[in-house]
Every structure is written in structure tokens, then in C-alpha cells.
Design a protein around this ligand. Structure first.
Ligand code: ZN
Length: 179
């Protein structure tokens, strides 16, 4: 039944909830395709109401998000070592201009002044003349936000990262590169 339901309504991952022994037994009965998608198990009463289930699931979701972010920051750290990634504002913006960004990682809350060229869309830390087209650029309050917009416009994946000391050490912004 679970398999049929998930074929009908696909999900990225699953959380199993219920009394511990039942969850363990239930998990053993699941199709391997489903079992691979189980991210966590919750001890929760079989009589728990929808709101209790929702809150418990949100907790797990937050944990899953943090784990995914940490894994991505780990990938970035390795990539910077091999040249497949860049970290810090200036190298990241330069990679953006060169259209080399695959995934942009940004520490949530990171904002800093910078420059934006309205003529050719260049985004950079230093003004005022655009190094690409030579036009005068606008000073912007938050060049990080401009970079995120630019990344989304270029169909890059953007990952905001919460409270990662590892990303902060790398300069609070970085990118995995396409090439
Ligand atoms: Zn320009």
C-alpha cells in the first residue's frame, strides 16, 4: 500500500513515525526503493494528532536541511582545494561573471556593499567603472543579493546556508563551478 501510494504521489524522502518497535518492524517490510528514501524515524504515539505529527516532521526536515547544507559546504571546501570551486566574495563574483557557477552557496544573513553594472549585468566588489564594458556602475547596498539574483537568472542552483562556521571561514560565500 505504501509503495502504491508513493508511486501515485512521489516524495523526495520519508520519515517513519510511530511507537519504536512498530516503526522498526514496518521499516523491515518496506520495498527497498522506499527504504532508501527513509531519512529518519520518529518515536511518536499512534494516537498523535495531525499537528503533533506535523511539528515532529518539521523538526526532522530542519535537521535534514542542515545535513544537506553541511554536505554541500564540505563539497565546496574540497572543490576549492582542487580548483573546482571558489570561495570568498571576489573570486565568487568573478566566477559568476564568467558564467562558471553551478551551485552558489551563501551564508544566510551575509550582505555587503558592492557594484552592479546596469549595462552588462556585471556584479563586482570594486567600482566605479565596469571592468567588462567600461560603463559607470551603481553602488548597491547588498551585492550578495545582486549575486543571488544573477545566479537565479543564470539558472544556477542557490543554496542559503544557516549557521555554518565552515562556510564563514571560507568567506561566507562560494561556488561549485561548472568548469
Ligand atoms: Zn558593464
Amino acid at each position: 500500500m505504501t509503495f502504491a501510494e508513493l508511486q501515485r504521489r512521489p516524495v523526495d524522502h520519508l520519515i517513519l513515525g510511530g511507537p519504536h518497535e512498530i516503526v522498526v518492524e514496518f521499516e523491515g517490510l518496506l520495498h527497498p526503493w522506499i527504504r532508501e528514501r527513509v531519512v529518519d524515524r520518529l518515536a511518536i504515539s499512534a494516537t498523535a494528532g495531525p499537528e503533533e505529527v506535523r511539528q515532529a516532521a518539521l523538526c526532522v526536515e530542519a535537521g535534514v536541511a542542515r545535513r544537506n547544507e553541511a554536505a554541500l559546504v564540505g563539497r565546496l571546501r574540497d572543490a576549492v582545494g582542487t580548483g573546482a570551486g571558489v570561495a570568498g566574495l571576489e573570486p565568487t563574483l568573478a566566477a559568476m561573471v564568467e558564467r562558471r557557477v553551478d551551485v552558489l552557496l551563501v551564508s544566510e544573513g551575509y550582505a555587503t556593499e558592492g557594484w552592479r553594472c546596469r549595462s552588462c549585468r556585471y556584479v563586482g566588489p570594486l567600482g566605479r567603472r565596469c571592468p567588462v564594458c567600461g560603463k559607470a556602475m551603481d553602488l548597491v547596498d547588498d551585492v550578495v543579493e545582486e549575486a543571488v539574483e544573477e545566479a537565479l537568472a543564470n539558472k544556477c542552483r542557490v543554496q542559503m546556508v544557516r549557521g555554518s562556521a565552515d562556510l564563514d571561514v571560507l568567506g561566507r560565500i562560494g561556488a561549485l563551478l561548472r568548469f
